[in-house]
Write a protein of this length. Structure first.
Length: 597
């Protein structure tokens, strides 16, 4: 700093108008008797002029004065010469175009550029039509089948609805869509299948845009771009985001809530909005609160007005949303039912979900997280070491969610889907820090995810939906067997959708698999009894030919075991439908349709 001061003294800044300033000093010098003119206008000049204040001037003082006057004279002459003065061009603030950051506000959607929003919506609509496979039974049996029963008063409700473990809040969304289609006489089976999925796709597109907007607030457009890229090209997001799963809605609401959460640097903080969205996710699926436990705790810990936060936001929002859920369930159950408590009792406290399969405690670490991240995994790990401190809370939420779900016996990939957007934040930071390897990394991410997305969306496990097209044909008015047709699906329970994909009063049956709710020893459900000895079970169940269905639907692995029954009762194979390249256990590579001749 001392050297800097000394440099400034020896080389003072040049005044903006030196001629005018020196002229004023000369005038003051004349008025004060000719002494002030010897004073320099900076400390550096004091040394150059050779003395301090109050000392005698040397013989050069007068000559210095004359030289100053002469130079000023010539400067004034030069300044008065007719030269063209170049002025700096300045844009009019009043009529100029808006700044780059605000350009195009008239055409903004959701607070972002309309082209970006339309691109996201178009991509998710394409996504919807390029997912033609089945994932898990809940995408039909806990949403569309319930909605169909609510509106059209026929169908099948699984045991969860009898026991009050599921709420009607989520199916009510699709029931509203069905009701509108019914009122306009547009309730064709294709619209009943695709319109709910398109609605879910639109919500997912909005969530993508909100994630981009949040990252643009927290970082910059470059980081936001890479997070957005990771979100759009994630194969598991592509696979799930247009399905009518409660986990999909849970993920969408999680992104919406994160947009309003008080992350450091966020400009869209709204405690009421984010707590309302978390509460809504909770009434749709109670386990949705798990990723939010650390986030809620940190918010409460850092909030100065803790009492106001609890009394003015958390408690009112919780009571209103819970009351809303209770009223909806009261209408459709016919009695007061606290489904969220029943759900937690069954899945967490009693851990009865293990009836549908149990996995080791490390399953999510070894398989769950690596599979849903897929090609993003190395970028996620890399990003964890690069992201700013403010994102540690998201990493804590990811680890916390995986740990909590690891304590439960029954595990599925879709359970941890809501933390996938959190992971994309770290992947985006990783891409942003790459320099030399950025283009190869982008190519790898894009191509590998596209291959996985297209294979799982168009090929793997598509037979469960394709077979419903054949069943729909039995409902056509031109079908000769419409009045007498009946269908028995002899596959693992809930392998296919049901009346939401048929939409006619066709007699149908499937092998049921409710869990043991009363603690019966050596309990076996109907599906287990069937697979112990399929041939014996069929002969006993259909001892009278009058009860035989006209159509049987089976996986290819079952054909040899029941071949005798098929031949004896005159069943002929009429269709072979591809299902998967990876058959296992009771699930075969193809689905066979047998018709009784």
């Amino acid at each position: 700093m001392w050297h800097l001061g000394r440099d400034l003294e020896e080389n003072p800044p040049i005044p903006r108008h030196p001629c005018a300033r020196q002229l004023r000093r000369l005038e003051k010098a004349k008025q004060s008797g000719g002494r002030s003119h010897t004073l320099p206008h900076s400390p550096g000049e004091r040394r150059r002029f050779g003395g301090a204040r109050g000392k005698e001037r040397g013989p050069l003082a007068g000559s210095t004065m004359e030289r100053a006057r002469g130079s000023l004279f010539f400067r004034r002459r030069r300044s008065s010469s007719p030269e063209t003065v170049k002025l700096r061009k300045r844009k009019s603030v009043l009529y100029s175009s808006p700044p780059e950051g605000r350009a195009g506000n008239r055409f903004d959607l959701l607070g972002e550029n309309s082209y970006l929003v339309l691109f996201s919506v178009s991509l998710r609509i394409l996504n919807c039509f390029l997912v033609q496979t089945s994932f898990v039974p809940d995408e039909y049996w806990q949403s569309l089948e319930v909605a169909h029963h609510m509106v059209f008063n026929y169908g099948y409700l699984t045991w969860e609805w009898v026991e009050g473990l599921r709420g009607y809040s989520y199916p009510l969304i699709f029931a509203s869509i069905y009701k509108i289609l019914y009122l306009f006489a547009k309730d064709s089976v294709q619209l009943l299948i695709w319109v709910p999925r398109l609605a879910q796709a639109l919500l997912s597109a909005v969530a993508d845009v909100k994630l981009y907007s949040l990252m643009r607030q927290l970082e910059n457009q470059e980081v936001a771009k890479w997070v957005f890229f990771c979100q759009l090209c994630s194969w598991f997001t592509w696979y799930c985001c247009t399905r009518t799963l409660t986990n999909t809605m849970e993920t969408v609401l999680t992104i919406f809530a994160l947009f309003y959460y008080p992350l450091e640097g966020s400009k869209s903080v709204n405690s009421f909005m984010y707590s309302s969205l978390v509460a809504l996710a909770f009434i749709i699926r109670p386990t949705a609160v798990i990723p939010w436990v650390p986030l809620l705790f940190i918010h409460f810990w850092q909030e100065q007005k803790k009492l106001d936060l609890v009394l003015q936001h958390f408690i009112p929002v919780g009571l209103v949303t819970l009351g809303f859920s209770l009223i909806i369930d009261r209408i459709f159950f016919g009695q007061w039912t606290f489904v969220q408590l029943n759900f937690l009792k069954f899945n967490v406290l009693k851990n009865l979900g293990k009836f549908y399969g149990s996995h080791p405690w490390h399953w999510y670490v070894c398989q769950g997280v690596p599979v849903i991240l897929g090609p993003h995994l190395p970028f996620f790990i890399h990003g964890c070491f690069l992201t700013p401190r403010r994102y540690r809370i998201l990493l804590v939420a990811i680890v916390w969610t995986v740990l909590v779900y690891s304590l439960l016996s029954h595990k599925e990939f879709r359970f941890i889907y809501p933390i996938l957007p959190f992971c994309m934040v770290f992947c985006g930071h990783s891409l942003n820090h790459l320099k030399t390897w950025k283009k190869p990394a982008l190519s790898f991410l894009f191509l590998s995810n596209v291959v996985l997305a297209l294979y799982t969306g168009l090929i793997h496990q598509r037979g469960s939906l394709d077979v419903m097209t054949h069943i729909q044909e039995l409902c056509d008015n031109d079908s000769p067997n419409r009045s007498s047709a009946s269908v028995f699906v002899m596959m693992p329970c809930h392998s296919t959708p049901y009346y939401s994909h048929v939409h006619c009063l066709l007699p149908m049956r499937f092998l049921q698999c409710p869990p043991d709710l009363i603690g019966k020893e050596n309990y076996l459900d109907e599906a287990d009894k069937f697979y112990l000895n399929p041939l014996s079970w069929l002969n006993e169940e259909f001892s009278s030919n009058i009860l035989l269905p006209t159509h049987l639907i089976i996986f290819s692995v079952l054909e040899e075991e029941i071949k005798t029954f098929l031949i004896t009762n005159s069943y002929k194979r009429t269709a072979v439908i591809f299902h998967t390249h990876l058959p296992e256990g009771r699930i075969g590579s193809h689905i066979y349709i047998y018709e009784r001749k």
